[in-house]
Design a protein. Structure first.
Length: 85
C-alpha cells in the first residue's frame, strides 16, 4: 500500500503527495481520541484484575483500526486520490 501511495503521489504532480498526507492524517486523527479512552478503560480493567477482558478490548480495537486503515487506503488508491486534487 505504501508503494501505491508513493506511485499515486508522484503521478499526481506537486500536490499529489500533499493530498495523500492530508487524507491519511485525517484518518489517524480520527483514531487518536478513541485510543486514549480505550487505553484508559483497558488500564482500569487490568488494575482490577480483568487482564483477559482488557486484552480482548484492546485487541478488538486494534483489529478494527487495522481493517479501517486498509479499507480507507484501498479506497484512496482506487479513487486515484493524488490525481483527483
Amino acid at each position: 500500500m505504501s508503494h501505491g501511495f508513493g506511485h499515486e503521489g508522484f503521478a499526481g504532480g506537486p500536490d499529489g503527495m500533499k493530498g495523500i498526507h492530508e487524507d491519511w492524517w485525517d484518518l489517524q486523527k480520527s483514531m487518536f481520541d478513541p485510543a486514549y479512552d480505550i487505553a484508559a478503560r483497558g488500564r482500569a480493567m487490568i488494575d482490577v484484575g480483568e487482564r483477559k477482558v482488557a486484552t480482548e478490548l484492546l485487541t478488538r480495537y486494534m483489529a478494527n483500526n487495522a481493517e479501517n486503515m486498509l479499507r480507507v487506503g484501498r479506497e484512496m488508491l482506487c479513487a486515484g486520490v493524488a490525481r483527483a486534487r
